[in-house]
Write a protein that binds this ligand. Structure first.
Ligand SMILES: C[S@@+](CC[C@H](N)C(=O)[O-])C[C@H]1O[C@@H](n2cnc3c(N)ncnc32)[C@H](O)[C@@H]1O
Length: 235
């Protein structure tokens, strides 16, 4: 089992923060942008009324910015515990023309918000890094309003044997090598790849949500289960 000690994870993201966006573009050949757009477009909130969205593990702010682009009337907040990842978000948002997004340094396991605050929560490629998955789910449940929705974009593991082998070569060998070259921290990219191999995906992920507190709305596999989009509703 990988160590997911919060301070190690934060230090690791602080160390790759500067090259994080360019590494993402190169390592996914731009695919992460397509996935993120689809992820945000699929939220389908009631746009006639004012609503609040929290983007957890916002990193350099991609999802928060896309949320504001798609849903102009929404109040968007992005949180992350890596100050260096977060440092880049306000300037990126301003460059994209969105000055009113609120970015805060905070831990998912201790969200600085009252109960029942948000209509939607998003988290993209962040949930597998959290030290305690069930505690994170409990925090999401606490700050979501009744009937509020949680949207998760996260890596999975390809199911098809041939695809799994091909993707495995890319994921285990090429990704840590290239990620190391771009960021100067090969260890971080080896961690990122191992963490996605160990993280529960598909039905296993959905099982972590208690059926009395949550209702599954949708589970979509991307690129033969390389990643998934999950949408759940708080009861
Ligand atoms: C792989 S990045 C994803 C960033 C962004 N959401 C994206 O899709 O590009 C994962 C982020 O999760 C953040 N993170 C991990 N555990 C966290 C926690 N417990 N609280 C807040 N942020 C956390 C890291 O600091 C990092 O910025």
């Amino acid at each position: 089992m990988l160590s997911k000690e919060a301070s190690l994870i934060r230090d690791m993201f602080n160390s790759v923060a500067e090259s994080y966006d360019s590494a993402n573009d190169l390592l996914s050949l731009g695919m992460h942008r397509v996935w993120k757009k689809n992820f945000v477009n699929g939220i389908s909130p009631d746009t006639k009324v004012f609503f609040e969205i929290l983007d957890c593990a916002t990193g350099t702010g991609d999802i928060a910015i896309e949320l504001q682009r798609c849903y102009r009337r929404a109040k968007v907040t992005g949180i992350d515990f890596s100050e260096k990842m977060l440092d880049q978000a306000p300037a990126k948002a301003e460059k994209a023309g969105f000055k009113k997004i609120r970015f805060l340094a905070a831990d998912i396991l201790k969200l600085p918000f009252s109960d029942n605050s948000f209509d939607h929560i998003t988290i993209s490629f962040g949930i597998r890094n959290v030290e305690n998955l069930l505690a994170a789910i409990a925090e999401f449940e606490r700050v979501l309003k009744p009937n509020g929705q949680l949207h998760v974009l996260e890596f999975g593991q390809p199911q098809n044997q041939i695809w799994s082998k091909v993707y495995g070569i890319y994921h285990r060998k090429l990704l840590p090598f290239l990620g190391g070259l771009i960021s100067g921290n090969q260890e971080a990219y080896s961690y990122l790849n191992k963490s996605s191999e160990e993280f529960p995906s598909g039905k296993e992920f959905v099982k972590q949500f208690s059926s009395t507190a949550w209702k599954e709305l949708e589970m979509t596999s991307l690129l033969g289960s390389v990643a998934y989009i999950y949408r759940l509703q708080k009861n």
